[in-house]
Structures are given as C-alpha cells and as structure tokens.
Design a protein around this ligand. Sequence first.
Ligand SMILES: Nc1nc(=O)c2c([nH]1)NC[C@@H]1CN(c3ccc(C(=O)N[C@@H](CCC(=O)O)C(=O)O)cc3)C=[N+]21
Ligand SMILES: [Mg+2]
Length: 287
Amino acid sequence: MTAPNPARLIDGKALAARLRGKLQQKIQDWVEQGKPRPGLAVILVGADPASAVYVRNKIKACKDVGIESFHHTFGADLSEAALLAQIAELNADPNVHGILVQLPLPKHIDPQKVIEAIDPAKDVDGFHPANVGLLAIGKPRFIPCTPFGVMKMLEDEQVQLRGATACVVGASNIVGKPMTLLLQAAGATVTICNSKTRDLAFHTKHADVLVVATGRPKMITGDMIKPGAVVIDVGINRLDDGSLCGDVDFESANTVASAITPVPGGVGPMTIAMLLANCLGSAKAHH
Ligand SMILES: Nc1nc(=O)c2c([nH]1)NC[C@@H]1CN(c3ccc(C(=O)N[C@@H](CCC(=O)O)C(=O)O)cc3)C=[N+]21
Ligand SMILES: [Mg+2]
C-alpha cells in the first residue's frame, strides 16, 4: 500500500553514485598530473559480520574511484599496543593518506586512545579531537562522513537551512554532535535531543529538518513529525528477519514528511562517498 500523500524519496544511493563518478574523474585528473594516487588504510579488528560487510563495501568503493586501499585485518584478541603500533606505521607511510579504524572495537581496546593515535592529517573519519575542534570553530579539515553526507543530501534537495528549525535526535560524537555543528553553521536553529529528553515529540514536531541517529529501530513515528518536514534517517538496524530498517518508522513518517531518506539506500551510501572525498582531500593536502 502506498501512503495517501507520500513524501519525496531522497535517493542517497543515486546521489552517492553521482558523487563517486565526479570523484573518479577528479582522481584520474590528479594522477594524470603526476600526483600520488590517494591511499586509504582500513583496519578491521575482530569478526563482527556487519563490520566485515561495511569494510568490504569501503574497499570496493575505493577501487571504483581509483583510491588505493590497504586492508589490515586482525583477530579480536589483538592487543591495544599492537593496534597502536600498526597505526604508527601507517602514520609514517607516505602512500597512506587516510586511516580508518572500523568501529566498534573489542572491549579491551580504548577507542578514544586509538582515535587519538591517528595522525590528524590522515584522520579521514574526522574523529580526532584536533579535527573535532577545527569543525567546532568553523574551520573544518575532515568533516565526519555521515553528517557530511547528510549535508550533501540537503544541499542536493535544495533544503533552505538558513533560519530553519532543525532537530537532531542522538548526541553521539560520530553523528549527532558534528551534525549539529554543520546545521548550525548553515544557519539553522538546532535542538539536539538524547535518550533522556523529556517529551521528545515536542522537540521533533517543531523541526523543519529532522535528523535521527539513535540506533533504535522505528522509534520516530509520523505523529512526532511536523507536516512537511524533511526527515533524514541515519539508523541502520537489522531486524530478526534479516531485513534492514531505520530509526524512523518509514510507513507513518512517509505520510507526514515532504521528503524522507529510505533505509537502505539513503544515508549509508553517502557516508562511503564522503569517505572517498575526504581521502582525495587528504592526498591533495599532503602534496
Ligand atoms: N571508523 C568508522 N567509520 C565509519 O564511518 C563507520 C564505522 N567506523 N563503523 C560503522 C559505521 C557504519 N557505517 C556505514 C557505512 C555505510 C553503510 C551503507 O552503505 N549502508 C547501505 C546498506 C548496507 C547493508 O546492506 O548492510 C545502505 O544504507 O544502503 C552503512 C554503515 C560506517 N561506519
Ligand atoms: Mg573517466
């Protein structure tokens, strides 16, 4: 059944493919000028099946646009010291312009320590405190890939952010917080909600632009959305039947929103496209 008045679908998969095509051309031009081919090192620790799929997708995406990738896989028993040593080696490797350590890491490894070990000039995730600080003061070096991808989607949709009311649900370091900074820099008035927010719907219902990144399947329903809002669903949850769903209940949201991202095929592919863009940016900055 289709909704009586369905929202416009924001096709992240198609936009990501367009961006990858442009990147492929830019990288080809760069290499033809005799410049070094951009290189991305991806480190995967442990055998989480979802992480393994994401890492495979990232490596394939690199190949498609002409970024050289260096894949380092370790068992879940890898020591923190050994991981830090691997990062030090990649920091010193001139063929590597980007370093990505796939999260989450096994419990015995402190992710913050790992993030801080990465050379900030190779931190294409934008998670290092130096890069978080640069973003916060409006002088970004690497913009975290997921919020960067969301901004590209809003730009492509010609969503007017100046003066708009935006609400970000989820206050994580990797999505919610940088998302808030980017929306604010674009002139939106931003509310950031978390799992303790009282009367969540009060906040979400005022938002012209609603970004949801909570990791809780289908938690935002149509009755919590302002009619005509643009809804961006960052969640990727695997249900018991193996299917994927977002943090937004698409079926009910679709009848209220003016535009909405699907899951899959929305924010996920954009995240990978922006990772590739950050790698090219890093290679250029290193040269
Ligand atoms: N250091 C680090 N950087 C990350 O950027 C990072 C990470 N760790 N850990 C995990 C999350 C998650 N993430 C995704 C990227 C693409 C899709 C993606 O392409 N999703 C497809 C479907 C994928 C599927 O079928 O499972 C889609 O939404 O259409 C999903 C999730 C990056 N992450
Ligand atoms: Mg070509």
